[in-house]
Ligand binder design. Structure first.
Ligand code: ADP
Ligand code: F6P
Length: 472
């Protein structure tokens, strides 16, 4: 088995199997923030990515992607049901997002979570070079740092959580809370999107495990675990360069014509997820149409909602409700050839997505809770002409950085409507000044800066106490 100096361990590999329109089998980049952040970063780095290829049964042999080795972890149908759809996405996901849907607790799911985490830890242990660096990602794999430290004490281990980490009042619900915290503390550095999340984690380490903790350091088993906020970012320069390409500008121009040359285009791009506030946004839009604040002829809404986790009951229910709402709004307010909402559930390639960003006068990103939300950052980076208004939820991690966005509380329907109108009616100078400030921020705080700050903190972290020589 070839070994790498850098190993990324994430539930999902950056590519997904899919069937092309001509029936051929092909691989394409998986949608989602984690892949969008890490995929461009690792390109041409001698690294291995350990993850699941999206199917069930034996692990497929995958080719390297942009020089990065793909090491597949096989999951059975039962693993997918109980680990991915169960403990990860029906217990932790809702719990970590303010319990906007009720988290479910089942002992069978916890068994699967442990089993699958063990398998990921063993895979990482196999492919990491002696003394190498292993970077574990996200809530599917909380136990991996601890398990991996037992298998390979020679490694430097980082953990990064892409989603919010909840306050103690919520986390304390979790039946296996102590094990989860201990698993994360197997890392040398635990990174979060926001300082508040690091604070929550430190409080829980003391409350649940009785450990000495500050918002920067936690003492455990004679080691010091560093913790901190590292807000994830995008490849700003690459996104801007793509947006500036003549063919993308031309595509955006054609899209506007196809839309009937409306005065204003509003765009939303989400995974179909109940945390993204899609239903609340559509409701606000409907009310604005109903009382005449917005007219279909002048303004169009494009809602892209790519299906996600579609075997989890709450996601199926959400999709049905969103589609019912879209149908109802189009039925009530659309005209022949002029729907009120253009609703698209397809995955798009990057150039098409960026053309959509370029055509959008207002980008509405209004999640009820979101670790970061990279779509908001992508929109800003794609607005190479300096125009465009970003309507952003206060509850997205991105709001801590993109303070010049039109900020709204998506739980407040009237506030949401006012925010949308404010973004639609803002004067060009105001829009340009806000966009300039946000673009400036993203130019400096890009994915390379994020990785450099995380990895240098990881290099500095971890006392050598207890670090033993490589065993393999
Ligand atoms: P999350 O990680 O919860 O999905 P983010 O906003 O952080 O949310 O990241 C979503 C990522 O998925 C973005 O990079 C976005 O460009 C991508 N994406 C979303 N919808 C689509 C789609 N329909 N086709 C292709 N990529 C998409
Ligand atoms: O950002 C949270 C997250 O779970 C990421 O891990 C992933 O990129 C994205 O959402 C997509 O989710 P899934 O891997 O379940 O399709």
């Amino acid at each position: 088995m070839r070994q790498s100096p850098l190993v990324v361990v994430a539930n999902r590999l950056p590519i997904d199997d899919s069937v092309a329109p001509d029936g051929a089998f092909e691989w394409r980049r998986s949608p989602g923030g984690l892949v969008s952040a890490l995929h461009p970063l690792l390109r041409h780095t001698p690294a291995t990515w350990v993850g699941w290829a999206g199917g069930t049964g034996p692990a497929p042999e995958l080719p390297d992607v942009d020089g990065v080795r793909m090491h597949t972890v096989p999951l059975s149908a039962e693993d997918v049901r109980d680990h991915y759809e169960g403990f990860a996405n029906a217990t932790l996901w809702p719990l970590y997002h303010d319990a906007v849907e009720q988290p479910e607790y089942h002992r069978r799911w916890w068994e699967a979570y442990q089993r699958v985490n063990q398998r990921f830890a063993e895979a990482a242990a196999q492919v990491a070079e002696p003394g190498g660096l292993v970077w574990v990602q996200d809530y599917h794999l909380h136990l991996v740092p601890g398990l991996l430290r037992e298998l390979r004490p020679d490694l430097r281990i980082g953990f990064f959580l892409h989603v919010p980490f909840p306050p103690p009042e919520l986390f304390m619900q979790l039946p296996r809370r102590a094990e989860l915290l201990r698993g994360m503390l197997g890392a040398d550095l635990v990174g979060f999107q926001r300082a508040q999340a690091a604070h929550n984690f430190a409080q829980l380490a003391t409350k649940v495990l009785g450990l000495p903790a500050t918002d920067r350091r936690i003492g455990v088993d004679g080691r010091v675990v560093r913790i901190g906020a590292f807000p994830v970012a995008i490849d700003t320069a690459e996104m801007s360069a793509l947006a500036a390409r003549p063919e993308v500008a031309e595509r955006a121009h054609r899209l506007r014509q196809d839309l009937g040359r409306p005065e204003q285009v509003i765009l939303s791009v989400d995974r179909m997820d109940y945390t993204k506030g899609i239903e609340q946004r559509l409701k606000a839009y409907r009310e604005l149409l109903a009382n005449g604040d917005i007219k279909v002829r002048d303004t169009v809404l494009i809602q892209v909602a790519v299906p996600s986790r579609d075997r989890v009951a709450q996601y199926q229910i959400l999709r049905d409700r969103v589609e019912h709402q879209v149908g109802r709004i189009n039925g009530e307010f659309g005209r022949v050839g002029e729907p009120a909402i253009h609703y698209l559930t397809q995955p798009f390639d990057r150039a098409e997505l960026v053309a959509l960003y370029r055509v959008a006068d207002v980008m509405a990103v209004t999640p009820l809770r979101d670790g970061m939300n990279l779509v908001a950052k992508e929109y800003v980076a794609a607005r190479v002409d300096g125009t465009g208004a970003l309507l952003l939820s206060e509850f997205a991690g991105a709001a801590s950085e993109l303070e010049q966005a039109y900020l709204v509380n998506p739980h407040d329907l009237d506030g949401l409507k006012q925010g949308l109108l404010a973004a639609l009616r803002a004067g060009p100078e105001d829009v340009a000044a806000r966009m300039r400030a946000m673009r400036e921020h993203l130019a400096h705080n890009d994915i390379h800066a994020w990785a450099a700050s995380y990895l240098s903190a990881l290099e500095e972290s971890g006392t050598l106490v207890g670090r033993r020589p490589a065993t393999r």
